[in-house]
Design a protein around this ligand. Structure first.
Ligand SMILES: *Cc1c(COP(=O)(O)O)cnc(C)c1O
Length: 222
C-alpha cells in the first residue's frame, strides 16, 4: 500500500472533529511530501534536530507538532515555528518554553502530558503532580504559554480493555479540568491520544488529535 492509500483508509474512519497528526519521525522528506500531496498538513516529529531540518526544507504551510520528550536546552530551536508541543511534563519545562516564547514574541501552544500507562518509562505528570502545579497558581503567570489540553500514551499491551480504561481516565480528567481550572479558557479543548494501534479506541473515548505514524508511513528504521 502506498502512503496515499494508507491515508485514505485512515481518513475513512476518522470523524471530522478529530485532527490527524501524521507522525513522520525517522521518515524522509519524500514520504512527507507524498502525505502532503494527499492533503495532509499536520506532521509530528520527536527529535528537535530532525524537526528543524525538515521545517527548513519542506513547504511552509505545514503545521509542525513536537511529540517527543523535550529537553530544556533545545526548546529555543523549535519555539519560533512549532504549532503545538504535545509532551510537556514539568513546570520547569513550561517556564523555559515561556522564556523562549517571550524572546520570540510568540504564544506557544502546549499540551500537558499525563502519565496514564502502567509502564514506569513513559513520561508525564501524575495527577498529584499536576494538582500541585495548578494549586500553586504560578501557571497563570506564564503568559506566553497557552495550555491547549492534555496528551497521554496508553500502556503498550494487546489488552484493549486496559487501553480503553486508560484513555477513559484521561478523558475524565480532561473534562474535570475543562469545567474546572480551565473553565474560562476556551483554548483548552484538545485531547491528544491514540497512535497507529489504538487510535480507534482513542477516538471512541474522546480524542481530538490522533498521532499516527507507522500506519501511514510504514515501519521506522532507527
Ligand atoms: C512515535 C510516536 C507516535 C506514532 O507511533 P505509531 O505507533 O507509529 O503510530 C505517536 N505518539 C508519540 C508520542 C510517538 O513518539
Amino acid at each position: 500500500m502506498s502512503i496515499q492509500q494508507n491515508i485514505q483508509s485512515i481518513r475513512e474512519h476518522i470523524p471530522s472533529h478529530v485532527q490527524l497528526v501524521c507522525v513522520s519521525k525517522f521518515h524522509p522528506n519524500e514520504s512527507i511530501i507524498e502525505a502532503y500531496e494527499s492533503g495532509e498538513r499536520i506532521f509530528g516529529e520527536s527529535k528537535v534536530q530532525e524537526l528543524c531540518g525538515k521545517y527548513e526544507t519542506l513547504p511552509q504551510d505545514i503545521s509542525w507538532h513536537f511529540i517527543g520528550h523535550l529537553q530544556s536546552n533545545k526548546i529555543k530551536y523549535i519555539v519560533p515555528f512549532v504549532s503545538l508541543i504535545h509532551g510537556v511534563d514539568s513546570y520547569k519545562l513550561l517556564e523555559e518554553i515561556n522564556k523562549q516564547a517571550i524572546k520570540s514574541e510568540k504564544i506557544v501552544n502546549c499540551l500537558l502530558q499525563m502519565h496514564i500507562a502502567e509502564e514506569e518509562t513513559k513520561f508525564g505528570f501524575s495527577k498529584e503532580e499536576l494538582n500541585e502545579v495548578l494549586k500553586s497558581g504560578t501557571l497563570r503567570e506564564l503568559k506566553n504559554v497557552r495550555i491547549c489540553g492534555l496528551m497521554g500514551m496508553a500502556t503498550f499491551t494487546s489488552n484493549k480493555e486496559q487501553i480503553r480504561t486508560e484513555f477513559r481516565g484521561l478523558k475524565t480528567l480532561f473534562d474535570e479540568l475543562k469545567t474546572g481550572y480551565f473553565a474560562s479558557e476556551s483554548s483548552f479543548c484538545e485531547l491528544s491520544m491514540g497512535m497507529s494501534d489504538d487510535h480507534q479506541i482513542a477516538i471512541e473515548e474522546g480524542s481530538t488529535l490522533v498521532r499516527v505514524g507507522s500506519l501511514i508511513f510504514g515501519n521506522r528504521v532507527y
